[in-house]
Ligand binder design. Structure first.
Ligand code: SF4
Length: 375
């Protein structure tokens, strides 16, 4: 396959691994957080950690939109879906994310709630047009990657004057989450970030400058292919060795400094910042999420259905909060592979295909087994 195989070339990967081993100075620790769940998945899928020397360690970050949605927001969506007049449209991953007390949208659907899986925002618009007697609500989630399609959907619904359509907005922002990671009590030691790929195609590289300039943390934006990741890790090691802390762009084939101006402008016209937003694992973070601007309040499900904010405690046995802060790994959770599997997820990190626990379940546990056998 052209344009994918080139980024998975074994010889080039081995060459990058040799370069990393040569550059990684013994006696020095290199701890890099890959913010994005897509990177976590690539690391696990291609066994990249096995190609790194022991003193280069990758730390999973909170960049999976399904994983960071707290149980309270899932409970709010379930309560909405259980209203007889509501059809709730969701992306597939959200169906099984646990709310409080083991609830989920899938279980609500089994009890009779009208929850429909959609593949695009346009599917939700079509459902509203086909069901004028029902209230169709789109459960919007995601980082800056999925926010522009929601903005386009809101504008379209407004233009069509869809009276039976609204949005339960849960869009969150990457830079405030990175700030929360660095400013958290007992933060994990991080020497640099592998910056998100898809998010950066929208916002560009500029929003990461404060982490390099003010916090002294190098950031390298990277694509999702194995060679992208290996090259980004090498670039980070070189920055650490040189005592530099800059934003560098490995993913130049897709990301520019200023990002996608049209998408940024569209988001700014439709959304405004929330004062606070609760994240799973990271707590309440100021100015870290979006809501609809007053001009589009008639399409805001939280206002239309007078939804109350719910904050509920996470399952105390689930280590998702610590994993999302980079403090623990999936195997540190005693439920991993026992009570918690992709078929029976206890926490959000096992549900989403980008979740750290799901990635380790799918790819990493076999390596764990082989290591145990070898030792
Ligand atoms: S294994 Fe399951 S319960 Fe444990 S941290 Fe991962 S998702 Fe949460």
């Amino acid at each position: 396959m052209k344009y994918a195989d080139e980024y998975r070339d074994k010889e080039l990967a081995m060459g990058l691994a040799r370069a990393i081993r040569a550059k990684a100075e013994s006696g020095k620790a290199y701890r890099f957080m890959e913010f994005c769940g897509g990177h976590t998945h690539a690391i696990a899928r291609y066994g990249l950690e096995d190609m790194l020397p022991d003193n280069v360690r990758m730390i999973h970050g909170p960049g999976c939109p399904v994983c960071v949605l707290p149980a309270g927001r899932i409970d709010m969506a379930i309560a909405l879906a259980e209203r007889s007049e509501v059809v709730l449209c969701v992306y597939g991953d959200l169906m099984r994310v646990p709310g409080s007390r083991g609830s989920s949208l899938l279980r609500a659907k089994a009890r009779g709630a009208d929850v429909r899986m959609v593949y695009s925002t346009l599917d939700a618009i079509a459902l509203a047009e086909q069901n004028p007697g029902r209230e169709v609500v789109f459960f919007a989630i995601g980082f800056e990657t999925t926010t522009p399609p929601t903005a386009v959907m809101v504008r379209l619904a407004d233009k069509k004057q869809l009276a039976n359509f609204s949005v339960f907005c849960n869009h969150v922002l990457t830079p405030p989450a990175m700030r929360a990671i660095l400013d958290s009590e007992n933060p994990v030691e991080i020497d640099g970030f592998v910056g998100p790929a898809h998010v950066s195609t929208v916002i560009g590289t500029a929003p990461y400058e404060p982490f390099a300039r003010d916090d002294g943390k190098p950031v390298v934006i990277a694509g999702f292919e194995p060679l992208d990741m290996m090259q980004a890790i090498l670039m980070l090691i070189e920055q650490v060795n040189d005592g530099r802390h800059e934003v560098e762009n490995q993913y130049r084939r897709a990301v520019t400094g200023s990002g996608n101006r049209r998408a940024i402008d569209e988001m700014a016209e439709i959304f405004e910042l929330r004062d606070q937003f609760e994240w799973r694992g990271l707590g309440s973070i100021p100015s870290s999420a979006l809501k609809l601007r007053p001009a589009f309040a008639h399409l805001d499900a939280e206002l239309r259905f007078a939804m109350s904010e719910l904050v509920v405690a996470d399952n105390p046995a689930c280590e998702c909060p610590a994993i999302l802060r980079g403090v623990k790994k999936p195997v540190d959770c005693r439920l991993f592979g026992n009570a918690c599997t992709p078929e029976t997820p206890v926490g959000s990190c096992m549900v989403s295909s980008e979740g750290a626990c799901a990635a380790h379940w799918t790819y990493g546990r076999f390596r764990d087994h082989q290591r145990r056998l070898a030792s």
